[in-house]
Design a binder for this molecule. Structure first.
Ligand code: 6PG
Length: 257
């Protein structure tokens, strides 16, 4: 197996993926102790039901009031656009009022910049970096993010690091960068690889049969290279997979003595 020190949880068909994943995330947050905790949230579709369960868990165990939430990545769309990740986060993690609204810092405050020049993009990254300086002192960048929640696309992308971009070499003093890829209809804002690798904890949330092939390649095919594969093979991480995504080979890793 190629991935480094995986902490694997496999969700069975009769179990609730969102609740099990939320519990694993809450355990990681609790393990950080009673201090403020910074969590970076991915988008897509998988994580939103998890976020809704997570908010309820954190309200019940009292950890919610010391959590601060930022975005791992965002699509260059209006904040109300159905493709907006912050819209998804507001309609899941924040919807039930279990967590303080001000604890979530979205990347795009209303509409993305009209012009989309490199200077505009750098300004957005700088602006988000500066807004994060309002976080509790020990959470302000460049301090390591306590927990980054990641998904994986069928092409092996994670966050908005896409295989056909300069995801390896792109660095930024802010820890954020803008990527454009032919596979996506809009430009993407993302944590850089360097910033993700610095996180104290990383959890991958992956479910559905469509992800089985890419997970097989990440776990067992050394010839397969992608942003998710790089992260999985170069630092420890926690994984919550359903059986459809995991497949028999990965499931068998759990049963190894
Ligand atoms: C995004 C995400 C992205 C996502 C993967 C997997 O903005 O789309 O941040 O990296 O995690 O595309 O998405 P699903 O888990 O919803 O399939």
């Amino acid at each position: 197996m190629l991935i480094l020190k995986p902490n694997l949880t496999i969700v069975k068909p009769y179990q609730n993926f969102a609740e099990i994943a939320a519990r694993r995330i809450a355990e990681i947050i609790s393990a950080a102790g009673k201090r403020p905790c910074l969590v970076s949230l991915s988008g897509g579709t998988t994580p939103f039901p998890v976020y809704r369960s997570l908010a309820k868990l954190l309200a019940a165990n009292g950890a919610g009031n010391r959590c601060h939430w930022i975005q791992t990545d965002e699509r260059f769309v209006h904040a109300q656009d159905e493709r907006s990740n912050q819209r998804g986060i507001k309609q899941s993690l924040m919807i039930d009022g279990f967590l303080p609204q001000h604890s979530f810092l979205p990347v795009i405050t209303d509409t993305p910049p009209a012009a989309q020049t490199p200077a505009d993009f750098e300004q957005l990254c700088q602006s988000y970096y500066e807004r994060l300086q309002a976080l509790p002192e020990n959470l302000r960048p460049p301090a390591p993010i306590d927990l980054i929640i990641l998904g994986i696309g069928t092409d092996g992308h994670t966050a908005s690091l896409f295989p056909d971009t300069d995801w390896v070499s792109r660095t930024s003093l802010t820890g954020f960068a803008i990527f454009k890829t032919a596979s996506q209809p809009e430009a993407r804002f993302s944590l850089t690889l360097e910033r993700i690798m610095q996180a104290r904890e990383i959890i991958f949330l992956v479910n559905g049969a469509s992800k089985s092939q890419v997970l097989q390649k990440i776990f067992f095919d050394p010839a397969f290279n992608s942003p998710a594969a790089y992260i999985a093979r170069n630092r420890s991480s926690t994984w919550v997979l359903d059986e459809e995504a995991a497949g028999n080979e990965i499931i068998s890793l759990i049963k190894m003595p």
